[in-house]
Write a protein that binds this ligand. Structure first.
Ligand SMILES: [Zn+2]
Length: 109
């Protein structure tokens, strides 16, 4: 059994985490799939807001380019409201391709 908050493993039969009181679960949710380690990511551009960042991300992914969106210290999720800006990272080998795609996108707006 695992505590979803502390990530500690406990003996079978224990139902609540002795540390935080959370209900234990049989298994922890799978961690987010990571982008392949081989690719080195490089900063493509900085989006001013979440809407723009999401648009860029979706456009790149439509073109089969994996990308990372980061704000502050962590990886942004669409569930978190974003203040300020977000940085869009793409694999180095896709950098030029990505740039053309976002240039085209800006032209369309
Ligand atoms: Zn706990």
């Amino acid at each position: 059994m695992f505590c979803p908050d502390c990530k500690y493993e406990y003996r079978w039969g224990i139902e609540k985490c002795p540390d935080c009181g959370a209900d234990l679960v049989e298994r922890l949710p799978e961690p987010e799939p990571k982008v392949k380690e081989e690719s080195k990511f490089t900063l493509l551009c900085t989006a001013q807001d979440l809407v723009h960042a999401t648009l860029l991300k979706e456009t790149l992914e439509t073109n089969d380019i994996p990308c990372l969106v980061k704000s502050g210290g962590g990886v942004m999720t669409t569930l978190e409201p974003l203040s300020g800006y977000a940085k869009i990272y793409v694999p180095e080998e896709k950098y030029e391709e990505s740039q053309k795609i976002i240039e085209q996108l800006e032209d369309d707006l």
